[in-house]
Design a protein around this ligand. Structure first.
Ligand code: C5P
Length: 403
């Protein structure tokens, strides 16, 4: 998914540096070409040789022999995307003030491409006003700064300061790579966006449920592109979407069935500027949920078991449309565009993202899809492409809708 992208990973000296070789591997596995720079303090935690074996290229560091005599400029000119990870309070502070007292920082100062900063430090260092001022300044300067995660710190106690997991950072990298490849700028600063993702699970009894093949990947891609474009994002996710990594700044609400999803969406829509119903909602649910597991014995079910289903509420159709822009999805197997246009009107939505689910190479569970975006004013067809590209196109088109 990052094929052809040149990524430079700048490692500074925090304990989370020991996780970076694994992260570098995941970037390479996703198709990126990776080079690494290290501050002298980072070398206390992990050896340059580890990165050299993984990337098959010398690490840019002080006192190193680098293929180019002006290594810091050479690396800055080579990259498409820079990542400072882990970003220590010290390196953040220096970057804010333009201090370039090691090769890695000098290279970052020479970099004019998109840069993702992933801070990781002790919670008290993170909370310090100086660090918070620096973070604000970096954001104003155009850097993309991820929030650290809350959890167990190296100091042996809980706090906000942990480096997000590698898979979470990877989601941010894919979103940022997508955003930075476009000619138009996507700026969602100040917008609150609520996104639902995954397939609902309608309980039959304590061990069985009715569901569908939705993985939640499309909703997750929209959530990450929106968050990296500056939006405040809430993700309402079903169990099938819970294994997918999410960056810490995305607020999570976990639901299981259509009723819980409806409650969450109805509550969240009140403050939202945009709602994206990417979840695949079961149209029907069992009329009754058995309290105990239904046994196969003949007193409870006969050879052919008839399950009585009742209709679920149509969440999208029932959402208020006065404030937030409302976007729905349509999974069709025939007359995709015609059905999507009818759905747009029937559900009172502002946009329908229509896809042809009869194609097995795209859609459910895969990383790619081909869709048509239909609004009341416009239509845009997207040939097979990544779900992150589709997420960008949806958010970009949403910006042009006049409510
Ligand atoms: O009617 P259909 O299921 O094709 O519509 C799909 C769109 O409607 C999706 O955006 C889905 O999230 C939403 N939906 C809903 N409530 C339902 C069924 C679908 O909000 N009960």
């Amino acid at each position: 998914m990052l094929e052809g992208l040149k990524i430079a990973v700048y490692v500074s000296g925090g304990i989370a540096a020991y996780k970076i070789p694994d992260f570098v591997r995941s970037l390479i596995k996703a198709g990126a070409q990776v080079r690494v720079a290290m501050t002298p303090a980072a070398e206390q935690f992990v050896t340059p040789f580890t990165f050299e074996v993984l990337t098959k290229y010398p690490v840019l560091r002080d006192q190193s022999t680098y293929p180019d005599p002006v290594g810091h400029i050479h690396l800055a000119d080579w990259l498409d995307l820079a990542i400072l990870v882990p970003a220590t309070a010290n390196s953040l502070g220096k970057l804010v003030h333009g201090i370039a007292d090691n090769e890695a920082l000098a290279s970052l100062l020479a970099c004019n491409r998109p840069c993702l900063i992933v801070p990781a430090m002790n919670n008290k260092m993170w909370d310090h006003p100086a660090t918070q001022r620096n973070i604000d300044q970096l954001r104003q300067d155009g850097y993309y700064v991820l929030d650290p995660a809350k959890g167990f710190l190296a100091e042996g106690y809980e706090g906000k300061g942990r480096m997000p997991e590698g898979q979470e950072i990877l989601q941010a990298v894919m979103a940022l790579a997508t955003i930075s490849q476009q000619e138009q700028r996507l700026d969602l600063t100040g917008q609150k966006i609520v996104i639902s993702a995954g397939g609902t699970q309608e309980a039959i009894d304590p061990v069985r449920y009715i569901s569908n093949h939705s993985s939640g990947k499309m909703g997750l891609a929209i959530a990450h592109v929106a968050a990296l474009a500056g939006a405040q994002v809430t993700l309402v996710r079903t169990p099938s979407a819970r294994d997918l990594a999410v960056i810490p700044e995305i607020q999570l609400i976990d639901v299981e069935d259509a009723h819980q999803l409806q409650t969450a969406m109805t509550e969240e829509v009140q403050e939202a500027d945009m709602v994206v119903m990417a979840a695949a909602v079961s149209d029907y649910r069992p009329a009754q949920v058995a309290e105990q597991k239904i046994k196969k014995d003949k007193s409870q079910v006969s050879n052919d078991w008839h399950l009585h289903l009742v209709e679920n509420p149509d969440i999208l159709a029932g959402l208020p449309k006065d404030r937030a822009l409302v976007i729905g999805f349509a999974a069709e197997t025939q007359d995709v565009e015609k059905n999507a246009t009818a759905k747009l009107v029937r559900k009172g939505a502002d946009m329908i993202v229509a896809n042809d689910v009869s194609r097995s190479d795209i859609g459910f569970g895969t990383d790619q899809n081909a869709v048509t975006l239909v609004t009341h004013q416009d239509k845009r067809c997207l040939a097979k492409t990544s779900k992150f590209q589709i997420a960008w196109a949806i958010l970009d088109m949403a910006q042009s809708i006049q409510k």
